[in-house]
Design a protein around this ligand. Structure first.
Ligand SMILES: [Cu+2]
Length: 375
């Protein structure tokens, strides 16, 4: 495997706006779409969201005729999961995790998805968010009106309820690489099955627990956006980004020799909280009777196969906005990754409106949306 060409990005800590100017565009607030908590959606809004998501599976991607529009998004995320931009097809894909670009990359990604939902449905659909600290949100989210429930143990934890159940929601883009096997003595199956799997709350040797309010407030109190060495090993007391992304205790293991990131948390081996642990919470990790360790759809690099992904990441994005409300629109980057303030986050270079760099998307109102409530 080639190594990523070293791109030195000098430290850039830029205060774009003062903390006083962090509210959404006051001159025209009514034009902003509102992303709401799943608990505040009407029955009709839930139905519109679900049918728009499902409609994306039925139309071709405008970017790649071999994919449907939904699976285009899955494919982008999969490619963005490699540390080494030269690993997959040499297409220079930006590594969208474990670096300062994590938050702006996913902000642009969600925005493109939300635009696709509106285009395909002709309706003013927005992505709702899942406040993990609200138990009623979990009930609403995993109901048949939204994403359906837990997997069925008798069917390999296939999701068999709701609009995205087995046979009604077909997965075509799957992980091809075993993410964990390089570092660990176990083998996590890429789980190549054409349906969603979930084993909610199951981590290999313990329960996976959702983030607490105290943990989120702790992240929100961190004054610096990110710090050297700008990856998953940075001390989380000086990196809001890494604290929220959820890496803990990964020093020295930021990327494996195959250039694949490891999102999976095994207690005692690698800690994981917040963004990461919610992926684990929904997908689950378990040892099957065949001895292999399996990870549910949300634990894969192709995690956007599970529509929970969008609702989870809207909450990540909302917490980022909540952090900027407190600390100003500050951004800091460095290291090898292409995550500089004014660097185009790949592959979003096709965006002709220029909303594809960290600087351009710091204020979500520029993208035309706001949250109904910030933490
Ligand atoms: Cu991601």
């Amino acid at each position: 495997m080639k190594t990523l060409p070293y791109i030195a990005i000098s430290l850039a800590i830029v205060a774009l706006f003062s903390a006083a100017c962090t509210s959404t565009n006051p001159s025209n607030p009514s034009n902003l779409r509102v992303r709401k908590s799943v608990t505040r959606m009407t029955t009709e809004e839930k139905a519109d969201f679900v049918s728009a998501v499902k409609a994306l599976k039925t139309v071709p991607s405008p970017y790649d005729p071999t994919l449907n529009y939904y699976d285009q998004f899955v494919k982008w995320h999969y490619l963005a999961f490699f540390c080494d931009a030269g690993t997959v097809g040499g297409d220079g894909m930006f590594p969208a995790h474990m670096n300062p670009g994590f938050l702006p990359w996913h902000r642009v990604y969600l925005d493109l998805f939300e635009r696709a939902l509106r285009d395909v449905s002709g309706k003013d659909v927005t992505i709702p968010y899942w406040d993990w600290t609200d138990p009623s949100a979990q009930q609403v989210l995993f109901s048949d009106e939204l994403v359906g429930g837990d997997g069925d143990p008798s069917q390999g934890y296939a999701v068999t309820s709701g609009p995205f159940q087995k046979d009604a929601w077909i997965i075509t883009v799957s992980d091809e690489v075993d993410i964990d096997s390089v570092f660990f003595d176990h083998n996590t199956s890429p789980n190549v099955v054409p349906y969603l799997t979930r084993r909610i709350g199951k981590n290999l040797n313990a329960d996976a627990l959702l983030p607490t309010s105290a943990e989120i407030l702790g992240s929100l109190s961190i004054p610096t956006y990110d710090s050297a060495p700008w990856d998953s090993s940075v001390d989380t007391t000086i990196s809001f980004r890494n604290s929220l992304e959820g890496w803990r205790g990964t020093a020295g293991n930021e990327c494996d020799p195959n250039g694949v990131m490891d999102v999976i948390s095994i207690p005692g081996e690698r800690g994981s909280t917040q963004h990461n642990i919610v992926h684990v919470y929904v997908g689950g990790i378990w040892r099957a009777p065949d001895g292999n360790i399996y990870a549910g759809s949300m634990c894969q690099a192709t995690s956007p196969n599970d529509p929970v992904f969008w609702i989870h990441h809207a909450n990540i994005d909302r917490i980022w906005s909540g952090w900027m409300k407190r600390h100003g629109k500050n951004y800091a980057s460095g290291g090898e990754m292409m995550s500089g303030l004014n660097e185009v986050l790949m592959p979003w270079d096709f965006r002709m409106d220029g909303l594809n760099t960290p600087a351009a998307v710091m204020d979500e109102s520029v993208l035309g949306y706001q949250y109904d409530e910030l933490p």
